[in-house]
Design a protein around this ligand. Structure first.
Ligand code: PMM
Length: 285
């Protein structure tokens, strides 16, 4: 009898994208900073996301909001590891949202199975080696630099072509470091060195990313490019009220058949995916 092979990444159901729920253990994330800063509150929130259907829980200890001050490695470890340990036994896959190899390694040791590196291996030269050594899933996000000045880097000839080319370079570097192709997920990095308009262009051209023949993860949830969506008076919609716009984007992502959607509010994205599933069933019948 052959032993069952442990999959490197969760398999996408045939009728909807995977849903990745966000647990930010930070004092200052733009949408939920401070709400789950305490480990027990963060674990409880992660369990709630799993009960609501999250397939993956993404645990992060560093805010990437523009201008955010980076925590020390010790601070990031103290934030993230107890929460990974507290959620390691749930049904969901655990991913760790970190740009630091040391944090990624400790999180995998504590039970995380996916390394979600918003710098896609560029911030820490050891990150790809950790992904290679551990065999964990490896999210390679398009990235051009740390948050404090990333918006000055939002200059592209053709945002879709440039993002695809730069992502291909990041993926190539990961492969060169020994990461297996089966471990890799790509992500366009909405809001990271991108203007609002560039985010919309990328959403409209997801098929270009999908042509890279790797699973695609997209995180639009509550991001500032959604602040004008649904505003009657032109004033920005506050981050915690952007779940309607986020769910509308999730409809688009489900229609595009992306691999996974990263969101703060799992229920509304599940409903969005359900709408798309019903429409598909109706068109097939
Ligand atoms: N966005 C944020 C953090 N981590 N990870 C991936 N893979 N993709 C994203 O778009 C992404 C991410 C920033 O949002 P948050 O502060 O609300 O977590």
């Amino acid at each position: 009898m052959t032993a069952a092979v442990r999959p490197v990444l969760p398999q996408r159901p045939t009728d909807r994208p995977l849903v990745m729920g966000v647990v930010n253990v930070t004092p200052d994330s733009f949408s939920d900073g401070g709400r789950y800063f305490d480990a027990a509150a963060a674990v409880a929130h992660g369990q709630q996301l799993v009960a609501q259907g999250a397939d993956i829980v993404d645990i992060g200890g560093e805010s990437t909001r523009p201008g955010a001050v980076r925590p020390t490695v010790a601070e990031e470890l103290a934030r993230v590891i107890p929460v990974v340990q507290g959620l390691a036994d749930t049904d969901a896959w655990i991913s760790v949202d970190t740009m630091r190899a040391e944090v990624a390694q400790a999180a995998v040791d504590a039970g995380a199975r996916i390394i979600n590196d918003v710098s896609g291996g560029l911030a820490d030269p050891q990150m790809a080696a950790v992904a290679a050594r551990t065999g964990a899933g490896f999210v390679v996000m398009h990235w051009r630099g740390h948050s404090h000045d990333m918006q000055t880097r939002a200059v592209y000839d053709d945002v879709t072509a440039d993002v695809c080319r730069e992502l291909a370079d990041q993926v190539g570097a990961a492969l060169d470091a020994g990461v297996a192709r089966e471990q890799i997920v790509i992500d366009p990095g909405l809001g990271f060195a991108k203007t609002a308009e560039q985010n919309w262009v990328l959403l409209q051209h997801l098929s270009a990313l999908q042509e890279m023949q790797l699973p695609v993860l997209v995180g639009a949830s509550r991001k500032s490019f959604l602040s004008k969506v649904g505003s009657k008076d032109g004033r920005p919609v506050p981050a915690e009220q952007r779940d309607f716009a986020t769910a509308a984007v999730s409809v688009v992502l489900a229609q595009a058949e992306v691999w996974a959607i990263r969101v703060h509010d799992v229920r509304s994205t599940f409903a969005a995916c359900d709408v798309v599933r019903h429409l598909k069933e109706a068109s097939d019948s």
